[in-house]
Write a protein that binds this ligand. Sequence first.
Ligand code: PLP
Length: 383
Amino acid sequence: MPNEELKLIHLVDLQAQYATIKPEIDTALERVISRASFILGDEVSGFEEKFAAYCGSRHAIGVASGTAALRLALAACGIGAGDDVITTPHTFIATAEAIAHTGARPIFADIDPATYNIDPNKLEAAITPQTRAIVPVHLYGRPAPMQEILTIASRHRLRVIEDACQSHGARSGDKRAGAMGDAGCFSFYPGKNLGAFGDAGMVITDNQQCAARVRSLRDHGRAEKYVHDTLGFGERLDGLQAAVLDVKLRHLEDWTERRRAAADTYRQLLAGQPLILPPEDDEQTASVYHLFVIRVRQRDRVLGALKAANIGAGIHYPLPVHMQPAFSYLGYQRGDFPHSERAADEILSLPLYPEITTAQLEAVAAAVRDAIAGSEAPTAVKP
Ligand SMILES: *Cc1c(COP(=O)(O)O)cnc(C)c1O
């Protein structure tokens, strides 16, 4: 008989989520298929309007992925060859990749090790005469310190393009992630807090001109049906994904509450253990817990122990972007961003999704406690 605790606990469980909304999703998919509304069209514009309203933004433009959102938003803000754009090395590679694909040079600034987000105190030192923009990432669902970032940006006349790919609905003061800078970029990759059934993304902005440029760029620089006034891309959001996302958006607030409750349960179950818990919310910040990331010593050994207990833990991300072979041309080396490098060695993402049960949270926490029993906690780090 398979032992209950050997049942696999996934990092994310998309099948569990589909089971809760199957009739709504199936109806929406049938509607799109029967209308053959596959590219752009009413499904896409309807979802764009709802997502803009949800974020508190004037415009939303559906695109093919989060990476496309970043690249098109940067291009729409006029970023290109000869420009420098500052971001964090502790992120998914797509953030810096999108910067590089515009022709600009990614410049990194280290993180605040307490929050894993870019440290505003490191940001100013990274500004060069060529710097045109900052791309803060709201990592793991927690907003970056936008007040400080926006103040520095306005002092140096820099654009701010938010990478909100992990933070749908997160709040900083009375604003949502993505709605604070010149533009905000979202991914609807299936495992994100709001996930499509494939690749999808969105740019939000209050700026009419930026919105019009992204709209044109996503669709081959089209001005009229057969007239293209700039070189664009084939990076549109499709109707099936928009219909799925439209259904899921109705559930997002509820799912976020469930994520936050699961995070609270982990905090209680892991209190007093030799590990570092994720930063708590403060009065300015409400995280949406895309990931629940702890820090431990001997992380790879702990990860191995969790895998052996059939628990799908992960690492986001094990190799900082400045050390990726693809970016060796930038000339960075190990030691340049010590907080990001150390985080990459100690972080561990525990299973977290809206449908996770208390029994599953308890099983994960028990396995973590076993794996780190007798070890020392990582030393707290000050930025
Ligand atoms: C997922 C993600 C992206 C890229 O999104 P895709 O939809 O996969 O292209 C960019 N930045 C961050 C921080 C992400 O988590």
